[in-house]
Ligand binder design. Structure first.
Ligand SMILES: Nc1nc2c(ncn2[C@@H]2O[C@H](COP(=O)(O)OP(=O)(O)OP(=O)(O)O)[C@@H](O)[C@H]2O)c(=O)[nH]1
Ligand SMILES: [Mg+2]
Length: 504
């Protein structure tokens, strides 16, 4: 895959310089090398109690992040793949402290050291999802906190803490609720502009969380959520690529398999009640737990915690329609929750660009390092590093980085293009075969070359006749893309080279 060729080329460059510069430069180089080879990092960000940890658990398919009052909710937590499973507190002084998971497999409620001294929590889990992804759960941003009237400094420190984690992330899942406060919008804007510098732009997606809580009970909340998500995608179009609605709580209950056969049995008993008695129970959480019903109220409380009233009502509908086992119910609840849309967005928007984005930020960091004055650093080696980075930047292999930058300028509205040209660019950056990127059938190099030539003249005409400076710089990138595509289409397929050499 071209993307991993990208990573290998940059990693080779970094490796060439490891051991040739003093610390901290050498240490930074090694960190970059690890960073290049690690899975992509996705941070879940949003205001306090937005439902972040619930979504993290749902994505992990495991209830590990606490969603109640716990010291851990105030700290940035990295979930990585690792065996044996362990939790490591990275302290601000550079030391590490190992802690035990709770007996239920969650992060502990209390830490053995003061939380103030902890920089991050690193949770290593043997969870296959983490082989492709590092998930970062962050403390809430914004002013809707217990310190509602907290000083601006505190607010900024809080915001800075969460965004510091996102600066290190390749992608951000930003949780929005029914009302988006000004400080949340500011945080989104900060993310968009910070991402521009670090090279991880155009990869924040919005998630309208707690979709079951929307509306006044008249209309189906999911319907309201879909409409609101559409409005949010338009309103925050400069900051997020899309907004998807999700019922995190149902996703967590379904994906982390917390709904048991006993719960399914209780739901079946409730579903069999006559509607006149059952309906009033569903009017409020209190009535549901305290009203008369042939299911113990403790069991009902548990159902409420796992699904809330909307989820229970839907689950009862699934039971009446024939779902009888916990597995069947979990499947239907998972579908209802919308979690698959988030998964799809993560893989289609983030995974596809991940290597390119990582390379872009690593090249920037390398370039910056080469200008640093560190005692004992050989100026000639730093000069060599700079030249190698420059050399690599103009290598055709690195061209996808320029394409992503151009695409970001379009996504954030900094540059606008006529729709047909924007579609050209979008196709170009989508990781597909050369033919698909050129919009021609597979296995027809003549058609591919013709499409590339036609596209080049289209873009050249645009560049000379109407493009403003921003559009012209995008056009230059796209022209190069089509030149490279033309050259690639002109090369004889590898198999025919082999056969002409007489090789098998
Ligand atoms: N009804 C409903 N409740 C939800 C949903 N998602 C989360 N909750 C509940 O909302 C509360 C907060 O959820 P968390 O996932 O802890 O939210 P958070 O953003 O991680 O909170 P902090 O880390 O404390 O900022 C918990 O009681 C969850 O059970 C949802 O989709 N629907
Ligand atoms: Mg949390």
């Amino acid at each position: 895959m071209p993307a991993s060729v990208l990573i290998e080329r940059v990693a080779a460059l970094v490796e060439e310089f490891v051991g040739r510069l003093p610390d901290p430069l050498d240490h930074d180089l090694k960190t970059l090398l690890t960073r290049l080879r690690e899975p992509m990092r996705v941070a879940v960000v949003g205001k306090v109690k937005a439902g972040k940890s619930t979504i993290v658990n749902a994505l992990l398919g495991q209830r590990v992040a606490p969603t109640d009052v716990s010291e851990c909710t105030r700290l940035v937590t990295w979930f990585r793949y690792g065996y044996p499973q362990r939790i490591v507190l990275e302290m601000k002084d550079g030391s590490e402290v190992q802690v035990q998971m709770s007996t239920s497999g969650m992060l502990p409620d209390e830490l053995p050291v003061p939380a103030d001294g902890v920089a991050t929590i690193q949770a290593y889990l043997t969870n296959d999802i983490l082989k492709d992804l590092i998930l970062i759960d962050t403390p809430g941003i914004g002013s809707v906190h217990e310190e509602y009237s907290m000083a601006t400094e505190e607010l900024l420190a809080l915001t800075a803490k969460s965004t510091a984690a996102t600066a290190q992330a390749d992608a951000v899942v930003f949780l929005l609720n029914q009302v988006v406060m000004e400080d949340e919008h500011q945080a989104l804007q900060m993310l968009a502009s910070g991402a521009e510098e670090s090279g991880s732009a155009a990869n924040t997606v919005g998630v309208l969380s707690k979709a079951d809580q929307l509306g006044d009970g008249e209309q189906d909340p999911w319907q309201i959520a879909v409409e609101l998500a559409t409005r949010y995608s338009e309103r925050f179009n400069a900051e997020v690529s899309t907004v998807v609605p999700v019922i995190g709580l149902l996703a967590e209950t379904a994906e982390a398999a917390t709904l048991t056969e006993m719960d399914a049995k209780h739901l079946a008993t409730l579903a069999a009640m006559d509607l006149a008695t059952l309906d009033p129970l569903l009017w409020s959480p209190d009535r549901f737990v305290e009203g008369e019903a042939p299911v113990p109220s403790q069991a009902r409380e548990r159902l409420l915690e796992m699904m809330d009233l909307y989820g229970i009502e839907k689950a009862l509908g699934f039971v009446r329609a024939g779902a009888s086992t916990a597995t069947e119910l979990r499947q239907q609840l998972a579908t209802l929750s919308g979690i698959s849309d988030i998964r799809h967005v993560i893989s289609s928007l983030f995974n596809a660009q991940d290597d390119v984005l990582k390379v872009r930020s690593v090249l920037d960091l390398l370039n910056r390092m080469s200008y640093q004055r560190v005692p004992g650093a050989d100026a000639a080696v730093l000069q060599q590093l700079r030249s190698k980075v420059e050399e690599l930047r103009i290598d055709p292999v690195i061209h996808p980085v320029a394409e992503i930058e151009a695409w970001h300028a379009i996504c954030t509205g900094k540059v606008s293009l006529p729709p047909s040209l924007a579609a050209d660019l979008q196709r170009l950056i989508t990781p597909m075969s050369l033919a698909a990127r050129l919009g021609v059938p597979e296995g027809d190099p003549v058609a591919a070359r013709e499409a590339a030539v036609a596209a080049m003249s289209r873009w050249r005409a645009f560049m000379v006749s109407e493009a403003d400076p921003g559009q012209a710089s995008v056009a230059r990138v796209v022209l190069r893309s089509f030149q490279l595509a033309h050259a690639a289409a002109a090369e004889p397929p590898i198999a025919s080279i082999h056969s002409s050499n007489g090789n098998p």
